[in-house]
Design a binder for this molecule. Structure first.
Ligand SMILES: [Mg+2]
Length: 348
């Protein structure tokens, strides 16, 4: 629901967008963006003409003769930033528990942005499985990848499929630092020290996905081979001395630069805000490395871990492990939205 300035009366509903595309008249096309004209039935302005521009499946409408007002479909108001492992994917790497919720989101054209510790290669695999065409954040905020023409304001490298915004430390630097920790007597083993079959047996991934998981660029997952409680403090201190960080994910510890998921979310938030006048960010995660993501969104949800606990006492606790909790969040958003779910005041 949106209010036109000065009226205070809702003038647009979710249903509106469902009928709009067929009624739009194309008036021009530039840089792969189609421009449309559409007459919008509005109680206050019965025959106002609206000008729309559309790319991909996203549509923004604005009053043709009131340039300062942009109206977008209500269904674009949420942008969901979601972790993968333990959140959208269960322990066996299946998202079947969230399939219905994903279909609902597609129906309502609510974008899902993956925000994961997985590599670019792995995330491309899952993005295709999930049928997403949105930007995504890989290796704990190490890089943001934006598909061509997703945001008109981005200037993609024509040779690449995605514009990449790099925030992380190089993998070479991380491997050198990890070797330094090993030389200091900390018994740990990184993905770079493991064969594909070792990664497969530790993660439960098949060989193909384990191979993709080893294609690291900005984040090195590792395990302690000695006593974890002794190693973690020492490793964290030594990493900090080298300008790096140690973070805990669902299955592994991670050595990385000073990037985190939250920083990457803020950059995408700005890009979405440039595009859409009124968005509400939703975050869904399960582990400590998701807390920076959750701290940057208006509606932050934690799903249950397999032992039914939550990674933090803070944030909104979704009842349900992994994808079950994920589906619960989507149901709350869609149900509550019909009754007028509160929106982020700063974007209102
Ligand atoms: Mg996770």
């Amino acid at each position: 629901m949106l209010n036109l300035p000065g009226t205070g009366t809702p003038c647009i509903s979710r249903n509106y967008h469902a009928v709009a595309p067929g009624n739009l008249r194309e008036i021009g096309r530039k840089n792969a963006i189609s421009y449309y004209e559409y007459t919008f039935p509005c109680q206050q302005y019965p025959s106002h003409k609206y000008r729309a521009y559309s790319h991909s499946y996203l549509t923004t409408l604005s009053l043709a003769n009131t340039a300062s007002l942009t109206i977008m479909p209500a269904s674009m108001e949420y942008v969901i930033f979601s972790d993968l492992d333990g959140t959208l994917l269960d322990e066996g790497y299946s998202f079947s528990g969230a399939s219905k919720a994903l279909l609902e989101l597609k129906k309502h054209e609510i974008p899902v942005v993956l925000c994961t510790s997985k590599t670019r290669a792995e995330t491309l695999f899952w993005r295709e499985q999930l049928g997403l065409n949105t930007p995504f954040i890989v290796e704990n905020g190490g890089a943001i990848l934006i598909p061509h023409n997703y945001f008109p304001a981005t200037y993609p490298d024509a040779k690449q499929d995605f514009t990449t915004i790099t925030l992380g430390a190089s993998y070479e630097r991380l491997r050198l630092a990890l070797t330094h920790l090993q030389l200091q007597g900390i018994k740990l083993k990184g993905f770079g020290d493991m064969s594909v079959s070792e990664v497969a047996s530790l993660t439960g991934l098949n060989f193909h996905l384990a191979f993709l998981a080893k294609q690291r660029q900005y984040d090195e997952p590792f395990i302690f081979e000695g006593k974890q409680s002794e190693g973690i403090t020492h490793a964290t201190t030594l990493a900090r001395q080298q300008g790096l960080r140690v973070e805990k994910g669902g299955r592994f510890y991670h050595l990385l630069g000073n990037n985190d998921k939250g920083e990457a979310v803020l950059i995408l938030k700005k890009l979405y805000q440039q595009q859409y006048s009124n968005i509400t960010l939703v975050g869904i995660g399960d582990s400590e490395n998701d807390l920076s993501l959750l701290s940057k969104v208006y509606l932050p949800f934690l799903v249950q871990r397999p032992n039914k606990t939550y990674a933090s006492p803070d944030y909104i606790h979704a009842p349900g492990i992994g994808p079950r909790g994920w589906s619960w969040v989507v149901k709350q958003l869609l149900d509550a939205d019909q009754a007028g779910f509160p929106r982020a005041p700063e974007f209102g």
